[in-house]
Design a protein around this ligand. Structure first.
Ligand SMILES: O=C(O)/C=C/C(=O)CC(=O)C(=O)O
Ligand SMILES: [Mg+2]
Length: 220
């Protein structure tokens, strides 16, 4: 059966955003976390999406909002317990994503043993680029992602540094959470995360493929 909805606007589907944390050893180390032996997972709601032309809003309860640039994988065919060797058949394409994180709130949640929802799942916490069809990225396990704040390079990494590969993540996640068409998987961030302020301009890209620009604002 063909879908009536357009995957080019996957953010309008209201599907799950599944995030992988600590998937780059250099980022795990910069936040003084152990390098994981199993994927660390958390979720964002679809209300977290924001696309170019709209601003990233600093949550009113945070004073330390961080950028995390990440490669996003857009699911084209759903499934449960997808074997690794079939995982890439379930990918429709990609998007460059930011996992905006209220780091002060996350630190507090970690200290208190509470979930990261307030730190990771607030409105506008998931800026995304245009949809990138699968054929445009020959090897998603070897692309350079980068992010600048006000013209200054803050993050630069290669997806080859990921601890858990995209096929492994699709297989691992789908055993626990059934994947559906239109879902997005954020695959983790490389080192260099840092604070952003109201009026900052964030420019991020996948080398040779896409770039996107967002402004940071604070609710009045
Ligand atoms: O454990 C921490 O202090 C922070 C972890 C994250 O925010 C994980 C990510 O979202 C990531 O690595 O991309
Ligand atoms: Mg992240």
């Amino acid at each position: 059966m063909t879908s009536s909805r357009n995957l080019n606007r996957f953010w309008e589907w209201g599907r799950k955003i599944i995030c992988v944390g600590r998937n780059y050893p250099d980022h795990a180390k910069e936040l003084k976390n152990a390098v994981p032996t199993e994927p660390v997972l958390f979720l964002k709601p679809s209300s977290a999406y924001v696309t170019e032309g709209s601003s990233i809003m600093v949550p009113f309860y945070s004073h330390n909002l961080h950028h995390e640039v990440e490669l996003g994988v857009v699911i084209g065919k759903g499934g449960t317990a997808i074997p690794q060797n079939a995982a890439m058949d379930h990918v429709a394409g990609y998007a460059l994503c930011l996992d905006m994180t209220a780091r002060d709130v996350q630190d507090e949640c970690k200290t208190k043993g509470l979930p990261w929802t307030l730190a990771k799942a607030f409105n506008t916490s998931c800026p995304v680029s245009e949809f990138i069809p699968k054929e445009k990225i020959a090897d998603p396990g070897n692309v350079k992602i980068w992010l600048k704040v006000n013209g200054q390079l803050r993050q630069e990494g290669n997806t080859s540094q990921m601890i858990f590969s995209i096929p492994f993540l699709i297989s691992y996640i789908s055993e626990i959470i059934t994947l559906e068409e239109g879902d997005l998987i954020l695959t983790g961030t490389p080192k260099g995360v840092s604070s952003v302020q109201e009026h900052d301009e964030l420019l991020a890209g996948i080398e040779g493929i896409v770039s996107m620009k967002f402004r940071v604002d604070r609710p009045q």
